[in-house]
Design a binder for this molecule. Structure first.
Ligand code: ASP
Ligand code: MG
Length: 417
């Protein structure tokens, strides 16, 4: 008998029928003797609707009031899900974030969880009751409702699992796990049975949106076993089958099987590149270029400075495409002061990355990646590496091709890869 936190996302509770299916699934786990805490999102589309409603009154909504509004979606689903459970004869009780007391800081619309009071949940579990908790929301010290950022119900689930020392946090969603790459680009993409926290963080930061990044960080920090499972299967699926389905997010040290060299290929479409050409190569130049960009709160990702020729060098970096115009304007204003020859930019680029903890112990991965791309005539514009990742910047028109050829070259379509 285990203690399990099950989090159900927006699509999983997107209609009355889906909520009833959730209740059936929870009832099944209860019948097998497990203690279950349920966390739910708002019905799909609901949070968007609420935010749009708020913006129809205030274009730039007051953050405290926006949280009051945005948090109501989850309040509806906890009530509905509890009722659906009661209808099946399962004892259940709903809780808002404030009622549990998910204490957060005061950063409205992107609050961080500070502490969770798990007493009431424990008492319910003791009494054989299923607590149904609203995801995405908390309360700050002064009693104001807060929300945890879009996708924040994942973090609620993991945080509750950590607080309760649950055996597993199961994230039920509309996909059946984490894939080697986006199946819409590579139909041969394969579901991973396991992926490490570090790999998952890289995949998520590169745009694979299965889980909110913060929830993965939380799982890593508090060592919460986390599993992504489909909620679209038959709710009466045999429990052993369901328990082993999806993708388990593991901790590298615990992995006893041989690590795959590459676990997945991630990509980010909306990138842009800026190059400051012909700047004098002297101390302070990188700061002169990137200081004003950082002050404007623009995220810089890859950075390259060339070897200098005759005391002059070129300096390139990437930013999110949405910040391209702003970053270009900033560089134009500091261009004179840096005595740069020219500022050139390209907002038609993308980033493709191979991720895998197995890279740590294998050499030659980068050269194989570069050869594969060269054979397709794909020009690499920038490269960056870390212990578990190699990223390249290429023209955006090559994104799909690059993902597919790398997927094939590294046998990611094969089970034993
Ligand atoms: N309902 C919130 C959102 O749409 C939180 C979540 O679903 O995780 O972002
Ligand atoms: Mg989500």
């Amino acid at each position: 008998m285990a203690l399990i936190v099950q989090k159900y996302g927006g699509t999983s509770v997107g209609s009355v029928e889906r909520i009833q299916a959730v209740a059936r699934r929870v009832a099944k786990w209860r019948r097998h003797g497990h203690d279950v805490v349920v966390v739910v999102s708002a019905m799909s589309g609901e949070t968007n609707r609420l935010i749009a409603l708020a913006k129809s009154i205030q274009a730039d909504p007051d953050p405290r009031e926006l949280d009051v509004i945005a948090s109501t979606g989850e309040q509806v689903t906890i009530g509905l899900a509890s009722m659906a459970l009661l209808e099946l004869g399962v004892r259940a009780r709903s809780y808002t974030g404030a009622q549990v007391r998910v204490l957060t800081d005061d950063a409205h619309t992107k609050a961080r969880i500070l502490a969770i009071d798990e007493e009431r949940l424990r008492a319910d579990l003791q009494a054989g009751i299923v607590p149904v908790v609203a995801g995405f929301q908390g309360v700050e010290r002064d009693g104001s409702i807060t929300t945890l950022g879009r996708g924040g119900s994942d973090t609620t689930g993991v945080a509750l699992a950590a607080a309760l020392h649950a055996d597993e946090c199961q994230i039920y969603t509309d996909v059946d796990g984490v894939y080697t790459t986006d199946p819409r680009i590579e139909p041969q993409a394969r579901r991973l049975k396991t992926i490490t926290v570090e790999e998952m963080l890289e995949m998520a930061s590169l745009g694979s949106k299965v889980l909110q990044i913060r929830s993965v960080e939380f799982a890593g920090k508090y060592r919460v076993p986390l599993r992504v499972i489909s909620s679209l299967t038959d709710p009466d699926l045999p429990i052993e089958e369901e328990a082993n389905s999806g993708t388990l997010i593991t901790f590298e040290e615990d992995e006893n099987m041989e690590q795959a060299i590459i676990s997945g290929i991630a990509f980010a479409r909306d990138e842009a590149k800026l190059t400051v050409m012909g700047v004098p190569d002297r101390p302070g130049i990188a700061y002169a270029i990137l200081g004003p960009i950082a002050d404007a709160k623009i995220d810089v990702d890859m950075i390259i400075q060339n070897a200098s020729v005759d005391g002059n060098t070129d300096f390139s970096f990437t930013v999110p495409r949405g910040d391209f115009a702003k970053a270009t304007a900033i560089l134009e204003t500091v261009k004179e002061h840096m005595s740069a020859r020219a500022i050139v930019g390209d907002n038609r680029i993308c980033k493709v990355s191979m991720v895998g903890v197995g890279m740590r112990s294998h050499v030659g991965i980068a050269s194989k990646m570069f050869r594969t791309l060269a054979e397709e005539g794909i020009n690499i514009q920038m490269i960056s590496t870390s212990e578990i990742k190699i990223s390249v910047v290429v023209d955006e028109k090559y994104l799909e091709l690059a993902v597919r050829v790398l997927h094939k070259a590294f046998d990611l379509d094969q089970e034993s890869a």
